[in-house]
Design a protein around this ligand. Structure first.
Ligand code: SDX
Length: 383
């Protein structure tokens, strides 16, 4: 009987130098740096640089990255047209997936030999920075379009986080909100071989292009067992309503064997290393917006579920209510995850290209034994 590893649980398939997820110590390192230190001290642009280059940037390197990022922030007419083709009721993850696909089709147009589309490491780093720069405008336009509002042009006097909020809401965000948003972007950026990152590596392993790998990753991230959970957390909060309804709601949900969104993790089994940092950011927002009822519901559901099932929150649990307090529509949450994770995905794509092997596991056949069609007589050509 074959030793099947369903969902590749516990299977180590390759090395990576980008991040280390350690459930024993409940820790996460990006290129050796604890994520808590990065979230507390760095602008997201610096962490993006670290992801791609393996080191934190010097002042000049950060200034250069910022200049390039700011030069590519604006929504291009082609991308706006691609998004405008979709109904405003389309899921925002489908909008983002379509926009990235349109960018890829445009940027690789004219390449007739598929072997040339894969690009050099230098080309792919440039492509990565351009996607990193373009995604905030795509996500911001998606939310504004759904609200019947016009796109807001980027401002090159604001850093990445502040500009993202500016383009989404059309006003300068309070520094408290900018800081919480910047921290969330850093926490969401990278997490070793999660399903969407591994999808990107599988696509890359066939020597397909970076954009195709990112589109695949976006498709994987949309799922509620993965990135889609942060959106689903808000649906849970909306269902429960108030803190005093947690216990009866949980009775019913667990009786129906529902997965409670925002809890559990394939790798972390005693809590997600990123949660305390994001929870602190959420607490700051609860105080800033004077919304104690959000904290009460959050705390009640966490304590009730952990005490009953011994399953702990993952990053999506504090992120959902935090993004809600910042003013993002619930449907915008997972696109925010895309805007952050594009840095980890593209770092993995470049790493995979650097030491590639086609990713093609085996399967154990358990279908019908060989059999033949009644009366079929193979002709000489088929013998
Ligand atoms: C992310 O991989 C990554 O690193 C992902 C991520 C990243 O940064 O890229 O960290 C981001 O995707 C976080 C996870 C977001 N997803 C959710 O919050 C959805 C709810 N979570 C579950 O679906 C679940 O916890 C998974 C999918 C995340 C992990 O599940 P596993 O490892 O496949 O384990 P499992 O589903 O087999 O669960 C083991 C047991 C089961 O009970 P039994 O069937 O054995 O009785 O625990 C139960 C599960 O039913 N369980 C849950 C639960 N999570 C696990 N029961 C209810 N609610 C949950 N949330």
């Amino acid at each position: 009987m074959a030793d099947i590893k369903k969902g590749l649980a516990g299977v180590v398939v390759d090395y990576t130098a980008i991040s280390k997820v350690n459930p024993e110590t409940n820790s996460l390192l990006y290129r050796g740096y604890p994520v808590q230190e990065l979230a507390a001290t760095q602008p997201f642009e610096a962490v993006a640089y670290l992801m791609w280059n393996g080191e934190l940037p010097t002042d000049q390197q950060l200034a250069d990255l910022r200049a390039t990022e700011r030069a590519h922030r604006a929504l291009t007419p082609e991308v706006k047209q691609a998004i405008d083709l979709l109904p405003t009721s389309a899921h925002p993850m489908d909008e983002v997936r379509t926009a990235v696909s349109a960018i890829g089709a445009t940027e690789t147009a004219g390449i007739t030999n598929v072997l040339d589309a894969v690009g050099t490491p230098e080309e792919n780093l440039e492509r990565s920075v351009r996607l990193f720069a373009a995604l905030p405008a795509i996500v911001a336009y998606g939310q504004r379009r759904r609200r019947g509002e016009e796109a807001v042009e980027p401002r090159d006097d604001l850093d990445y986080a502040a500009n993202f909020l500016w383009m989404t809401f059309g006003e300068e965000a309070d520094p408290v909100v900018v800081d919480a948003f910047n921290r969330s972007m850093i926490l969401y950026a990278e997490h070793s071989f999660n399903a969407s990152t591994f999808t990107a590596r599988v696509v890359t392993s066939t020597l397909s292009d970076l954009y195709s790998a990112v589109v695949g990753a976006i498709g994987a991230l949309k799922g509620p067992l993965h990135g889609g959970a942060n959106e689903a957390v808000l649906h849970v909060f909306d269902e429960i309503g108030t803190a005093d309804n947690v216990a009866p709601w949980l009775d019913e949900a667990l009786a129906e064997k529902r997965k409670i969104m925002g809890f559990g993790h394939r790798v972390y089994k005693r809590g997600d290393s990123r949660v305390p940092t994001m929870k602190t950011a959420l607490d700051t927002l609860v105080e800033h917006y004077d919304r104690p009822e959000v904290a009460a519901l959050y705390d009640n559901l966490e304590s009730e579920f952990v005490s009953r099932k011994g399953i702990y929150p993952n990053l999506d649990y504090p992120s959902g209510p935090a993004y809600n307090l910042m003013g993002f529509d619930t449907l915008t949450f997972t696109p925010l995850f895309v805007a952050s994770r594009i840095t980890g995905w593209t770092a993995h794509i470049i790493e995979q290209q650097g030491d590639n092997a086609l990713i093609r596991p085996l399967s154990e056949y358990n279908g019908p034994d060989e059999r033949h069609i009644e009366g079929y007589v193979p002709d000489a050509a088929n013998l």
